[in-house]
Write a protein that binds this ligand. Structure first.
Ligand code: NAP
Length: 472
């Protein structure tokens, strides 16, 4: 087990300048499973200095050297996959099967894909009487959430390092433990000192220190829109580059010709997997009004068939929410939706019978949801699907675009051209046609208040690059 009492700075495990620690609580047992240092701004200063010193040498490594390091990280992550999956399930409640496949599988792919992409990337391109040269931005501060803890770290660290940047990572206090494994791996593969630094602590202290630090060139943040707004304002004081992957309330549009029985398992999964704690969850299912009753029946059957339970059990499909605070937030959304006039089809805010401990909530389907309701417009971050009826395609597009978010979406039709025609009208960074799966090479990010910039794919690499014109 990693030694969680130290932070990782300048290629070595160091004591924090602070003396207090932050407990990490397993949301299944509701017991403390570890404690990590509550870092201070002095820790951030030390990490930033190390990253600054490491920057020039890392920038001037060759692309094959960088790709080789990234692939070594992927190999080591794969070797420790079971251990990492167990840690993530324990810290934030993801079912072990999902942790293995997604929570660990996705970060491994990020390290591999970023290595493949950087090898193909044209860092210098001639444009006639000038060259366009792409260079790393410098020191990147990465601030990440708890819902896909290692995946979000990898999306930043792998691509930033591929581009030639050095990084300081601040993981979420709720699920920081997996980041220690990544630091151990960096140490084991003898990554250059200062290339990767890990400082734990609260957003209010470490996150603020990173966003305001004059020697950080870019902050890459994934988290809530409210915190993103604050980070943007803080980072503006030093005019640093900011990339933001924020919240969503994504629409899954069922066109009248779609096969409901066939699509509903995917619709339920895309709203509820990881207990709905997914930024890109398709939490609004837009259905033709004359098929609402049929949709309610299918949604009820499928939601009730999901096995809710102990995340360490391979049969579990939905684990607990990540914390008691998250449970209270989700309950509040469900109760207010019902007060606002939504119909409870299944689930609800009441505790599930038979569960002694654990932040559990029943998979919940709400119907007759309309655009004026809070449940239609705000990110719930729980296993809650809102069924929203529409009368014609124009209205479906209008409803799909009617929130402040624009992160993801889906369209279903037996005619792919029809689905495409609707997809291109959706003001959102990604649209899956007929249940297409997440692709780690496709750019991901938000329109509107879902973010600024893109992660993954070539755009995810370019996010971490400056542009220089060399005139001659
Ligand atoms: P959050 O509360 O916004 O926290 C995200 C990170 O920001 C945490 O590390 C947090 O620190 C830190 N933070 C908090 N206050 C800060 C401040 N004043 N300055 C700098 N950093 C600060 O989000 P969360 O609850 O962890 O994650 C859920 C949210 O993330 C959802 O809204 C979800 O949609 C979004 N998300 C988006 C994507 C995407 O790609 N678009 C992916 C995943 C998640 P603490 O450790 O103290 O909390």
């Amino acid at each position: 087990m990693p030694d969680y009492s130290k932070i990782y700075i300048d290629g070595a495990w160091k004591s924090s300048h602070g003396t207090s620690t932050i407990d990490v609580v397993n949301p299944m047992t509701e017991r403390v499973i570890a404690a990590v240092p509550a870092g201070t701004s002095a820790d951030v200063d030390a990490a930033v200095l190390a990253a600054r010193n490491a920057f020039e040498p890392w920038w001037h490594t060759t692309v094959p050297e960088r790709a080789s390091l990234l692939r070594s990280v992927a190999t080591k992550l794969r070797e420790r996959a079971d251990e990492i999956a167990q840690i993530i399930s324990a810290e934030m409640g993801s079912p072990i099967s999902f942790s293995n496949m997604v929570q660990v599988g996705a970060p491994i792919r990020s390290f591999e894909v970023s290595a493949d992409l950087v090898e193909k990337f044209e860092f210098t391109r001639n444009a006639g009487s000038f060259d366009i040269v792409r260079e790393p931005i410098g020191v990147v501060g990465a601030i990440t959430p708890w819902n896909y803890p290692l995946h979000q770290i990898a999306a930043k660290v792998a691509y930033a390092m591929a581009a030639g940047n050095t990084v300081v990572v601040k993981p979420s206090i709720m699920a920081p433990l997996d980041a220690w494994i990544l630091a151990e791996i960096m140490h084991e593969i003898e990554a250059p000192a200062g290339l990767f630094n890990l400082v734990s602590g609260s957003g209010a202290v470490i996150g603020e220190a990173l966003a305001s630090h004059p020697d950080i060139d870019m902050v890459s943040f994934t988290g809530s829109t409210d915190v993103g707004r604050r980070i943007g304002a803080t980072a503006a004081q030093t005019i640093k580059r900011v990339a933001m992957e924020l919240g969503g309330k994504s629409a899954n549009v069922v066109l009248p010709d779609a096969d409901l029985a066939e699509l509903m398992p995917s619709a339920i999964r895309s709203a509820m997997s990881n207990s709905g704690q997914t930024c890109a969850a398709l939490t609004r299912l837009l259905v033709p009004r004359n098929r609402l009753a049929e949709t309610e029946n299918l949604a009820k059957q499928l939601a009730e068939s999901l096995t809710v339970g102990d995340p360490s059990d391979p049969a579990t499909i939905l684990g607990p929410l990540a914390s008691r605070q998250q449970l209270d937030i989700v309950r509040g959304y469900i109760d207010r939706a019902i007060t606002d006039g939504a119909k409870l089809v299944t689930g609800g805010s009441a505790p599930i019978r038979g569960f002694g401990t654990g932040c559990f909530i029943a998979p919940t389907v709400l119907s007759n949801v309309t655009v004026d309701m809070e449940i239609h417009n705000e990110e719930t971050f729980g296993p809650v699907l809102a069924l929203v009826p529409y009368d014609d395609e124009e209205e479906a597009v209008r409803i799909a675009n009617a929130t402040d978010f624009g992160l993801a979406g889906g369209v279903w039709s037996t005619d792919e051209d029809k689905a495409r025609a609707v997809a291109v009208r959706m003001r959102t960074g990604q649209v899956a046609i007929n249940g297409a799966k997440f692709n780690p090479e496709a750019p991901f990010g938000g329109y509107k208040q879902s973010g600024i910039g893109r992660e993954f794919g070539m755009q995810g690499l370019e996010e971490f690059l400056e542009t220089k014109s060399l005139l001659f």
